[in-house]
Design a protein around this ligand. Structure first.
Ligand code: SF4
Ligand code: SF4
Length: 336
């Protein structure tokens, strides 16, 4: 089912979404920087953003969260309620929606995580179309278009948004706000198709992913790892900004009386030295070369048929050492 939301009705739709729950959307926070934040007015939202530094995975895999608290004297153990009411994320790009599907494979299919699943179920996702910049290569990764993983998807057209409905939750939003939507005309459909065609042609960056996993296997001793490790600061930024990275660390914090405390789960990074440190002091990836090679191998691996990279460009753009993800993958392939 396809509908059209005329531009002048966006504000009313926003008010309708606020009745569902808290609305989070991309907000311009400085010159070129955007972040998903809670918004109270459509005027705060910038749907024409290119990317946020931190992907919206932060709403599902929290950067830091308490799993439970304990009190030995009171013999109490309490799980912290991490769920909550329905939230709306307005304005997710296709690459980030596809990134969440990679995280779903780990947090729902492999090891079901109740906190993650609660959040997935209680969040309405509204996607929005975008224009690629020089860092985007999501088309090469098959992540430039969201086939599923959203409730509604808004594609900008001249008179507003061509709307795709991706779930029953999305259909309910349309039904409850039916006066705001119109049926898509032939002209609207043609414009949507033309825009998609133009977007596909506008990508400046490409990566050939055929046989990438084998190419990485065959590049175990490639000099690119030593050379890049010389430049890498080992800061972990590339993991934190990645919409598919989901490694975490678990730590117990105990009060000085050793009676009360909490167990925390927080984002971790495979580029940090301590990531491979295990009990007994063994570090199974002690050098930066090994950590770097591991990260690229992880990104080029398939998880349930999905690659661990959606081509958002964040790791290249935000790397303080200007390490270029696509350039490295091209060297691995033997491309100039
Ligand atoms: S962001 Fe760049 S410098 Fe930092 S760990 Fe990643 S590759 Fe190394
Ligand atoms: S590896 Fe880099 S380009 Fe790929 S999804 Fe992660 S941050 Fe984006």
């Amino acid at each position: 089912m396809y509908k059209v939301l005329p531009k002048e009705n966006l504000q009313s739709l926003f008010e309708g979404l606020r009745k569902i729950g808290d609305v989070y959307a991309p907000v311009k926070i400085s010159g070129l920087s955007h972040d998903f934040r809670k918004v109270n007015s459509i005027s705060e939202v910038d749907l024409e953003y290119t990317r946020t530094m931190i992907p919206p995975k932060k709403f599902f895999v929290k950067p830091r969260e308490t799993l439970f608290e304990f009190d030995e004297e009171k013999l109490q153990y309490a799980e912290v309620q991490n769920g909550g009411g329905l939230n709306v994320i307005l304005g997710m790009h296709a690459c980030d929606i596809n990134g969440l599907k990679v995280i779903d494979a780990a947090y729902i299919n492999e090891n079901p995580d109740k906190y993650y699943m609660q959040r997935r179920e209680s969040t309405l996702i509204i996607g929005v179309s975008c224009t690629p910049d020089e860092y985007c290569f999501c088309r090469s990764m098959g992540a430039d278009y969201a086939v599923d993983g959203f409730d509604l998807f808004l594609h900008e057209i001249g008179r507003g948004y061509f709307v795709r409905i991706g779930s029953e939750k999305g259909l309910r939003v349309i039904e409850e706000n039916s006066s705001l939507f119109e049926d898509a005309s032939k002209e609207d459909i043609e414009e949507f198709k033309e825009n998609e065609r133009r977007k596909a042609e506008s990508f400046k960056l490409e990566l050939d992913i055929s046989g990438l996993q084998d190419m990485l296997d065959l590049a175990w001793d490639h000099p690119v790892w030593e050379e890049t490790a010389e430049e890498c600061f080992g800061c972990g930024t590339c993991n934190l900004v990645c919409p598919t990275c989901r490694c975490y660390d678990v730590a117990d914090y105990v009060e000085l009386d050793l009676k009360r405390g909490e167990r925390l789960r927080r984002w971790d990074s495979c580029m940090l030295r301590k990531h491979g440190l295990v009990a007994g002091g063994l570090n199974f990836r002690p050098t930066r070369v090994e950590r770097l090679r591991n990260r690229f191998n992880c990104k080029g691996s398939l998880v349930n048929g999905l690659l661990n990279c959606v081509g958002c460009g964040r790791c290249t753009l935000y790397c303080p050492a200007e390490i270029d993800f696509v350039k490295i993958m091209k060297r691995i392939r033997g491309e100039p």
